[in-house]
Design a protein around this ligand. Structure first.
Ligand SMILES: Cc1ncc(COP(=O)(O)O)c(C=O)c1O
Length: 398
């Protein structure tokens, strides 16, 4: 945590908590380094689903080649904020209205997920053209990953058996330009695993294009760059990944590779800051009850991990009774919800934790607020602070 972030948190009143604090300086630095590690022929899209906070997007827009969206809502949001920025529209189950909206908005790429979607597209085009990638669920071995979305039966992308029929539809419709293929098979891959997958995907795409006499100019190898919530210093190795892609590209002249990471881009810039409201013992175990909870930060519940955190001690205590505290023992950090699933970190050893101390949960910049069940129990929403920017009032936040 940078000093500036800590100072900012110190300046917040208890009633201003919980709050999301986004370190835009850190985001700039991280994304700049990430971009610099990639070869020129690799285009970087940011997957907006990870966090579509407008100020984060605005910081990112200086470093990325465009945004990947997965719904009409995301499309509208990104187009509204960044009228000229390239957008790739992917995701399963696009409605006719969403597809028509994408054509009206002039999306740069449409990632087609099924034969039915392709047929639907032909009915909506009118006299327009569209550049597409076919998203394919290739039968590739993934090894251990956090979240598999392909390489096995899944609702995502086209089964290879459907490809010939799709090619026939495209061949019969001059309005549809097939640029290449899209493959997003998993989340949580390290650089070595992602490169091995990219190698297989590019080789498959080359052979497939050759067999069908297609001139493919682009392969999107997806996102899914791994993030380690247990060993926070263990980051995805972007320099090794960039160097590896450079070697792969040398074997595929003329091809542009696209990537669309989300989590690995924004996760580190976000802090969810809160306060210990109560510290109690139950059947011999210590529990710290925090302002807020998994309705603001659902990630540890869905991914079943301990959200990493720092204790920010607050020495002031002006109550008439002894301050409840835990010493040299494991503590479970829970929220205010009436469910045993409202756990942010389970039995983590602490030196000292007291009622009134603050907790800053790290790695809360991706799939955090925006994937949470925010209205459950109707507690107040957190405030949002963007360092070096004015806080965005909770009510007007998307
Ligand atoms: C098609 C697609 N692209 C990109 C992403 C972003 O993945 P990540 O945030 O793991 O990088 C996802 C996530 O689900 C996805 O489904």
């Amino acid at each position: 945590m940078r000093d500036e972030v800590e100072r900012h948190i110190d300046g917040l009143a208890d009633e201003d908590l919980p709050a999301y604090v986004y370190d835009l300086h850190a985001l700039h630095e991280h994304t700049r380094a990430l971009r610099a590690a990639l070869p020129e022929r690799v285009e970087l899209l940011y997957a907006a689903k990870a966090n579509s906070d407008p100020e984060l997007l605005s910081a990112l827009s200086e470093h990325v080649d465009g945004f990947e969206v997965a719904s009409g809502g995301e499309l509208h949001h990104i187009r509204g904020h960044f009228p000229g920025t390239p957008i790739a529209f992917g995701g399963p189950g696009k409605t006719p209205r969403e597809l028509a909206g994408a054509l009206d908005a002039g999306v740069e790429r449409l990632h087609v997920e099924s034969e039915q979607e392709l047929r639907l597209l032909t009915t909506l085009l009118g006299d327009r053209t569209v550049d597409i990638l076919l998203r394919v669920n290739l039968p590739l071995a993934l090894g251990p990953v956090a979240l598999a979305m392909g390489g096995q039966p899944s609702p995502f992308g086209l089964d290879p058996a459907d490809l010939d029929r799709c090619l026939a539809i495209i061949a019969a419709d001059r309005r549809i330009r097939l640029r290449g293929v899209h493959v997003h098979l998993a989340s949580g891959l390290d650089a070595t695993a992602h490169l091995a997958l990219a190698d297989d995907v590019l080789a498959w795409a080359r052979d497939w294009a050759h067999a069908h006499r297609l001139a493919l100019s682009e392969v999107n190898i997806g996102g899914g760059m791994g993030v380690d919530y247990a060993r926070t210093e263990q980051k995805f190795d972007w320099p090794a990944f960039g160097a590896g892609l450079q070697r792969l590209l040398a074997r595929h002249p003329g091809l542009t590779v696209r990537i669309e990471p989300g989590r690995s881009v924004t996760v580190y810039c976000g802090w969810y800051v809160t306060q210990v409201l109560d510290l109690k013992r139950s059947h011999g175990q210590a529990f710290a009850v925090l302002r807020g909870g998994t309705h603001h930060l659902r990630t540890p519940a869905t991914k079943q991990h301990n959200q990493p955190f720092r204790i920010l001690p607050v020495d002031a205590w002006n109550r008439a009774w002894d301050r409840p505290e835990a010493h040299d023992e494991p503590v479970t950090l829970v929220g205010q919800l009436c469910t045993p699933k409202d756990v942010l970190a389970h039995r983590v050893p602490v030196e000292r934790l007291r009622t009134g101390d603050r907790i800053a949960f790290a790695m809360a910049g991706a799939y955090a607020w925006n994937i949470s069940h925010q209205r459950f129990l109707m507690h107040p929403a957190p405030a949002f602070h963007h360092l070096d920017h004015a806080p965005v009032p909770a009510a007007s936040h998307p």
